[in-house]
Design a protein around this ligand. Sequence first.
Ligand SMILES: Nc1ncnc2c1ncn2[C@@H]1O[C@H](COP(=O)(O)OP(=O)(O)OP(=O)(O)O)[C@@H](O)[C@H]1O
Length: 282
Amino acid sequence: MTNTNRLLEVEKLAVEYPGHGRKPAFKALEEISFAIRQGETLGLVGESGSGKTTIGRAILGLAKPTAGHIRFDGKDITHASRHDRRALSRDIQVVFQDPYTSLNPSMTVEDILSEPLTIQGTTKKDALARVRGLLDRVHLPANSGGRLPREFSGGQRQRIAIARAIAVKPRLIVCDEPVSALDLTTQATVLDLLVEIQEATKVAYLFVSHDLSVIRHISHNVIVLYKGHIVEKGRAAQVTSQPAHPYTQRLFMSAPVPNPAQQRERREARRQLVTATAEQAA
Ligand SMILES: Nc1ncnc2c1ncn2[C@@H]1O[C@H](COP(=O)(O)OP(=O)(O)OP(=O)(O)O)[C@@H](O)[C@H]1O
């Protein structure tokens, strides 16, 4: 049954990357189920290789599901055609990790920001007329339009990428490690911008990160992935303060914290957990 409250529903999703030559096929995701509501952020956390990016790619139609369903606004988009995908890009957008490679270096900012609009059928003139508003929305100077990406810092480039993503007023943005290439201060300002945009537009985010402090800061709900499976999910405050699964506990305890006393406490708790796990296994 479709719950209309749910903007995105993922049900028992599996993705297998095909093998080639001697390389066998690889099951990157199995039995992945979750939902995101309008205006909500779902944080996706897990160590490198756990399958976070693959979930985002499947939703964007860039990785082919081998089982399960993906529904957007009640419509099954699991195997959407290229034509349907074009229409879907009005509703689902993406912000990638690396602001140095995700923007076309030879395009001016105004061309970058007007492109998603012209793809959706807006005239170039009307699209260009929207650029100033978008720059304002992401707090970039009004005269940025004629400049090239290389003239901007990493944080500013990520603001350009965010402006490009919100140009078509999407309802969901897949944010794949959008702040991990930025320094800590810049990370905070970009996260604040994403929250501000969400409050104003009710856009939903699927927010991929390996950084727990970032996930804690931005998410309403959290999913913890381990080797292609969900090992824990729940409200962000609950999962991040009282993780139930041993993997989540280990993951959270190995995350660096700025406070040395807390770091010592974590190290001791980690040591006790490792000892307890070894005793259980013995
Ligand atoms: N095109 C591909 N072909 C084969 N295997 C792939 C492909 N893309 C990803 N994988 C494998 O699938 C698994 C999940 O990859 P994915 O990029 O989704 O993980 P991740 O959690 O996002 O990792 P990271 O945090 O390092 O980006 C990894 O073991 C990866 O090596």
